[in-house]
Design a protein around this ligand. Structure first.
Ligand code: SF4
Ligand code: SF4
Length: 333
């Protein structure tokens, strides 16, 4: 068996991360949604369709419907069908597993490429401590139901100091549930984590490097592609900002459109929907930050979560922080 590792930045596709509402039935400890900055409204189907259409002239477009909890949107199934009709290449729904509004019976496996479930522990105790009472069982039931109905599933595990110790249980867990893809996410100091100053939840570099690549490899060895953020770069490794070289859009129900997820807690969005038209915002915005070339790598990381940086005695950084969208994918080839 051969394991192939690729570093992906998805430069040849456009990715639309579409938050169609910010409402959620859960209240996870690390939730990055910030209603003050993202709005509390639920987008109408008409707005969703027009906003999807604003990107439809691009080639190879992927849409990820998110929230809040996107299945709380009563017209999610129609939004999915609208994206398919507009020629989107892939459609994913990120969910906490509660699968409201009987969503699985309103769409088919041909219409949705993946239902992507968020689970933050291999045990009920750890997951529920982070995501709330009852969420583990609901998520597992949702995954099983989706599999029974023929949908592809992925699982997203947001790693923090609260759950990194359970990653070693995940390979078997994923195999048993017949999960098709595994995504490790890094906890960001945004939204609730920033408000509660939970920087201590971030995993230190030595621990990250010791645990994460190995965990992904073990998952891939079982035939499940595993993706994780690169996070740390050696001082001589090449750094790129996705804001300058990739085509990602993070859309919120108040109309803000960001190119960088780390900017989402601030009114730094470079685009906005006004009267259902996508327009550029005035300077200064995130585009101005992307161009700053600093020794630490990602400029937004330096500004909002500098606790994960370390410096030598001469003041130079020991390592760089990669763009949060730089991923490594391990697959069994
Ligand atoms: S399920 Fe997602 S949107 Fe809902 S509280 Fe948790 S992290 Fe936030
Ligand atoms: S995370 Fe950093 S490197 Fe990536 S787009 Fe944002 S500012 Fe650029």
């Amino acid at each position: 068996m051969k394991l192939k590792k690729t570093v992906s930045f998805s430069k040849n596709s456009t990715n639309i991360f579409f938050h169609i509402l910010t409402r959620c039935n859960l209240n996870c400890r690390h939730c990055y949604i910030n209603p003050k900055e993202h709005g509390k409204n639920t987008l109408s189907l008409s707005a969703i369709t027009k906003w999807l259409d604003a990107f439809s002239d691009k080639k190879n477009i992927n849409v990820i419907f998110l929230g809040g909890e996107p299945t709380l949107h009563p017209e999610l199934s129609s939004a999915i069908k609208a994206a398919a009709k507009l020629g989107y290449s892939s459609i994913t729904v990120d969910t906490n597993g509660y699968l409201f509004n009987d969503i699985l019976s309103k769409v088919t496996p041909d219409e949705v490429d993946y239902f992507s479930f968020s689970l933050d522990g291999a045990t009920r105790q750890t997951n529920n401590m982070i995501r709330g009472e009852g969420s583990f069982d609901k998520c597992l039931n949702g995954i099983k139901k989706a599999k029974r109905m023929g949908f592809n599933t992925s699982l997203i595990y947001t790693v923090s100091m609260l759950n990194i110790h359970e990653l070693d249980k995940m390979p078997l867990f994923l195999k048993t549930l017949k999960i098709d893809r595994f995504f490790i996410q890094v906890i960001g100091i945004r939204g609730k984590s920033a408000k509660n100053k939970q920087a201590e939840l971030q995993v230190k570099r030595s621990k990250w490097l010791q645990v994460i690549p190995k965990a992904a490899k073990r998952v891939a060895e079982l035939g499940i592609p595993a993706t994780y953020p690169k996070v740390f770069l050696e001082p001589d490794e090449h750094f790129e900002c996705a804001g300058l070289v990739a085509d990602n859009y993070f859309i919120f129900p108040n109309g803000r459109v960001y190119r960088c997820p780390l900017c989402e807690d601030y009114p730094l969005h470079s685009l906005v929907f006004e009267d259902n038209k996508l327009i550029e915002t005035k300077k200064i915005n995130e585009n101005d930050l992307f161009k700053l070339n600093i020794q630490e790598g990602c400029v937004m990381n330096r500004i909002i979560q500098h606790e994960n940086l370390k410096y030598k005695n001469d003041g130079t950084p020991e390592y760089k922080i990669a763009c949060c969208m730089l991923k490594e994918e391990v697959i069994n080839s």
